[in-house]
Design a protein around this ligand. Structure first.
Ligand SMILES: [Zn+2]
Length: 292
């Protein structure tokens, strides 16, 4: 049987099962969907990667109405590595965006910010490679913030509003609580929480796990822009590249100890003491000597 046919049958059976479970409609449980790495493309980039006037081919429908996984995949590449067969999700959008987990980002050698989907300004650069060409996006690589899609009726029932940040308990094999999960309300949505594969792995969560909002913060406390990881997973997170430009003549161990940034940049005229070098090594910092 064709793979897409099987997928369609599975989707339909799942929808029937969900319809026949009145408990899901009436209690406060939220179905969880795990988003694997994926790409959203603008039409111009679809054409650069697949050829002129190319249209994406829907492979199967996603849980959010109108959204589909395309037959087409691309290779995504960063300075340290690449990942093949990354699924494209349609329909085409106004801005291209690539969503990966932190684990993927380590493989690519990039440190993308944690963002709500669609907020790509100033995010990491990424290269996409298709059968007919490649595209270098100056920005567009993000780690997607965990979020919950819902209708206005769900939002009234669950007493949360669009943009609000909530704490959510996930009853997987290894139960976890995720903080700063963003509520997204639209009558085009269907009730579902979206997490990435790192978050799913942290809680040993499978598709179909249920979530529950355990604490709602007021909307004023919500900061959609902060790039804080939602959960600390066991994988090493990429180090946040923060740089301190040291401009004085002498850099001693006392100054090194006082600098919180990971990288210290000095001019070639700055004298760095032996003890300062030791301190840099001890604190796992990097010293860059600016040649200009
Ligand atoms: Zn989503």
């Amino acid at each position: 049987m064709q793979e897409n046919l099987v997928q369609k049958i599975v989707e339909e059976v799942l929808q029937q099962v969900l319809k026949n479970q009145p408990s899901l409609q009436h209690d406060n449980k939220i179905p969880v969907g795990v988003s694997a790495r994926h790409v959203h493309l603008a039409q111009s980039e679809v054409e650069q990667l697949f050829g002129e006037n190319y249209q994406l081919t829907p492979k199967f429908e996603l849980s959010q109405p109108g959204q589909f996984a395309a037959e087409e995949t691309v290779v995504i590449a960063g300075p340290k590595g690449s990942i093949e067969r990354v699924r494209i999700l349609g329909p085409a959008r106004s801005l291209s965006q690539v969503e990966v987990s932190f684990t993927d980002a380590i493989k690519l050698g990039l440190t993308p910010p944690l963002r709500i989907s669609g907020d790509v300004k100033g995010s990491s650069p990424i290269t996409l490679i298709g059968p007919k060409g490649s595209v270098v996006l100056k920005e567009g690589l993000i780690v997607a913030k965990a979020h919950i899609h819902m209708t206005p009726a769900d939002s009234a029932r669950l007493q949360v509003e669009d943009g609000q940040s909530v704490q959510v308990k996930l009853a997987g094999i290894r139960p976890i609580i995720l903080s700063d999960v963003i509520i997204r309300v639209s009558d085009r949505y269907r009730l579902e929480m979206h997490i990435d594969t790192d978050e799913a792995n942290a809680g040993l969560i499978k598709q179909g796990t249920l979530a529950e909002i355990v604490q709602a913060q007021s909307i004023e406390q919500t900061s959609v822009q902060t790039a804080q990881p939602v959960v600390q997973t066991a994988t090493q997170l990429p180090e946040q590249k923060s740089v301190y430009h040291y401009t004085k003549k002498l850099l001693s161990q006392v100054q090194v100890a006082a600098i919180t940034e990971q990288e210290i940049v000095v001019s070639k005229k700055t004298i760095v003491t032996a003890l300062a070098y030791d301190k840099i090594r001890e604190l796992n910092k990097t010293l860059t000597i600016n040649k200009e």
